[in-house]
Design a protein around this ligand. Structure first.
Ligand SMILES: N[C@@H](CCC(=O)N[C@@H](CS)C(=O)NCC(=O)O)C(=O)O
Length: 211
């Protein structure tokens, strides 16, 4: 663990957006401290949290840098910040390799995760036909990612990257929609990431906080 910096405060709950951040901090060996909010109790709308994130959402991080604190929301911006703090840990150093890893990262964010979130929202409104269609679209994109891990060990190339973190959290949530017997490459990749210490620790970060 990097002990030369203050722990980053990670305000969140056990949701996919927050878990991605925790796994990224674990993988990058960035010290962090979880502050749990109870979303069901509406703690994200408490004035203290709204002062940090006026949208009333999680995750939000506070990086205590000394004179000024960096307060950052948007899980995917936080992941990119973590990647910048620890070059080579979450994205490849070589530009062309990094471009491919980012291409895959955005594939999971936009074609899989965003579509799945839209389906969830529509279902909460009672629009079952539309939500089922979007779920199928998201799951098909996830299954199609098998071609990435057929070509390389990880989703974004030969090294573990943000692409794997994005893919892993949504694959965990939707694991019952994947026919794991039908694609050995996807299963090999998922099993490997699931056993990775950063993923194991990150997935538990919001159970009781981590510090
Ligand atoms: N695009 C934002 C989405 C943030 C978001 O919607 N967070 C959810 C939890 S995953 C939340 O705070 N929900 C509580 C609420 O909307 O009241 C991100 O990636 O961080």
């Amino acid at each position: 663990m990097d002990t030369n910096r203050h722990p980053i405060e990670l305000v969140g709950a056990r949701t996919g957006n927050c878990l991605r951040v925790a796994i990224a901090f674990e993988e990058a060996d960035l010290p962090y401290q979880v502050r749990l909010l109870d979303l069901r109790q509406g703690e994200q709308h408490d004035p203290a949290h709204l002062a940090l994130n006026p949208a009333g959402k999680v995750p939000t991080i506070i990086d205590h840098l000394g004179e000024t604190d960096l307060i950052l929301s948007q899980s995917n911006a936080i992941l990119l910040y973590a990647a910048e703090l620890k070059p080579g840990r979450l994205l490849p150093l070589k530009e062309t390799d990094r471009a491919i890893a980012l291409e895959r990262y955005f594939y999971f964010l936009t074609d899989v995760i965003a579509v799945s979130h839209s389906a969830f929202f529509l279902r909460s409104l009672g629009s079952h036909v539309a939500s089922t269609a979007l779920d199928e679209r998201s799951n098909a994109a996830l299954r199609d990612a098998a071609r990435f891990v057929k070509a390389t060990r990880y989703m974004g190339g030969e090294s573990f990257s943000l692409a794997d973190i994005a893919a892993f959290t949504i694959a965990s949530v939707n694991r019952r929609h994947i026919d794991w017997n039908a694609d050995a490459h996807l299963k090999r990749w998922f099993d490997e990431v699931e056993q990775r210490p950063s993923a194991r620790r990150g997935m538990k970060a919001f159970e009781h906080g981590n510090g």
